[in-house]
Design a protein around this ligand. Structure first.
Ligand code: HAM
Length: 401
């Protein structure tokens, strides 16, 4: 038997209903904040991610589904959505036109990670990206938007916040950090590699011995430039004004290299070790790095599978019609009547097996239909459908068209 690939799974009932419900809700909330739908290809040039997400990140260094296509091109399945949206933004020349652009997207992402609970090789994200404003109000609004989506599903979470500075402060800080890290000789092999490629990533190490060793190492918040310091306190002030509670976490460095200034994650207490339900931040240098005109930007992505684990849908109400025939001679007429009902906007599921009234009522109940409509010899003679309302148990007849 052929099975789905390791770390990839089907979205079947009842998860399918939660999945579409989540997307509808999240899209509606994003539109309320001025975001428009965007769709970009799942395959892109590998170079896009090497340059955008960063060669030194685990995502690009270890986890990409990378291959050569039949034309000899180096391409990759997208590990995340931001780089593709940035590529599209520049290709459409929005950076040259100027102004503010806000996009939302959803779709599958691919990372060749070790699968475990909440961590898949194909998973789905819902993301928002805003281009063209460096205002702190946009940072506050995008966090409010993300929070509104999570709150609409009554989720419990902690919002973790940090600032990752700008080239003016992060570049000298990284040199200081690198020197400090060279003084520690018991770091794990991953941290030793990070020390030389992107030292701030050491703070993300899950190894408790490394965390202990890093306790005394200076954090970026002690080395911020004046602009980054005041931008961060402006954001905290706007969040306070909005009654949004947060935890400042100087260890929050994110796993992608493009971030500047604001970085945030929403962490759930109800999941296992894979507890990040959403993450994002500013990436003011990325458009320029990808060859566009300098354009400030900020965004986030939600991991949909992790949300599906946490939400329960209200009991589905009965809906639509079930159409059943008592004998084969009524089947064609039933088929025509079902079509007419659908043309009126109703959901109709027709049974193709003639059977007793009792058997039809049982099936209609099983599929949670509101109405069970029956056609037999007598009904055809009277040109009327017999209908039972399964909600309030009332029976009636209805003229056929
Ligand atoms: P990220 O933190 O890598 O950010 O991913 C966002 C969310 O996707 C995570 O918080 C998590 O819920 C989910 N996720 C990540 N990897 C997996 C996996 N292997 N299995 C299941 N869920 C997963 C980004 O991708 C950035 N592009 C976010 C962003 C947008 N930043 C700015 N704009």
């Amino acid at each position: 038997m052929i099975k789905a690939l390791k770390g990839m799974k089907d979205i079947l009932p009842p998860q399918n209903e939660k999945f579409t419900h989540f997307l509808e809700n999240a899209s509606q909330i994003a539109q309320k904040y001025g975001y428009e739908f965007i769709e970009t290809p799942i395959l892109e040039e590998t170079l896009l991610y090497k340059r955008g997400v960063g060669d030194s990140s685990d995502i690009v260094g270890k986890e990409m589904y990378e291959f050569i296509d039949k034309g000899g091109n180096e391409i990759s399945l997208r590990p995340e959505g931001t780089a593709g949206v940035v590529r599209s933004f520049i290709e459409a020349k929005y950076d040259r036109v100027g102004g503010i652009y806000r996009f939302f997207y959803h779709g599958p992402m691919f990372r060749y990670e070790r699968p475990q609970k909440g961590r898949f090789r194909q998973f789905h994200q819902f993301g928002c990206e805003s281009f063209g404003t460096k205002s702190g109000y946009e940072d506050a609004n995008i966090i409010k938007l993300l929070k509104e989506i999570l709150d609409s599903f009554h989720l419990n979470y902690t919002l973790k916040l940090n600032t990752l500075g700008c080239p003016k402060c992060i570049t000298p800080y990284k040199e200081i950090l690198q020197k400090e890290l060279h003084k520690i000789d018991e770091l794990c092999s991953d941290c030793q590699r990070r020390r030389d490629t992107n030292p701030i990533r050491v703070f993300d190490c899950k190894n408790s011995h490394c965390q202990e060793l890093l306790k005394e190492v200076p954090r970026l918040n002690q080395h911020l430039c004046d602009e980054c310091e005041s931008d961060f306190s402006e954001l905290l002030n706007l969040l306070d004004l909005s009654d949004i509670t947060y935890e400042i976490d100087p260890n929050l460095v994110r796993g992608l290299d493009y971030y500047t200034k604001t970085a945030f994650e929403f962490i759930s207490g109800d999941l296992g070790s894979q507890n990040a339900i959403a993450g994002g931040g500013r990436y003011d240098k990325l458009v320029e790095l990808m060859g566009g005109k300098p354009t400030p930007a900020i965004g986030f992505a939600i991991g949909i599978e992790r949300i599906l684990e946490l939400i329960t849908l209200p009991k589905r109400e009965r809906g639509g019609y079930y159409f059943g025939a008592l004998d084969d001679s009524a089947m064609q007429k039933l088929f025509i009547e079902a079509g007419k009902k659908r043309a009126l906007g109703e959901r109709v599921i027709q049974s193709y097996d003639a059977k007793s009234l009792k058997a039809h009522l049982k099936t209609a109940d099983k599929i949670n239909a509101r109405y069970c409509a029956i056609l037999g010899e007598d009904e055809i003679k009277n040109n009327k459908l017999w209908i039972k309302d399964l909600e309030n148990k009332k029976e009636f007849t209805q003229e056929m068209g």
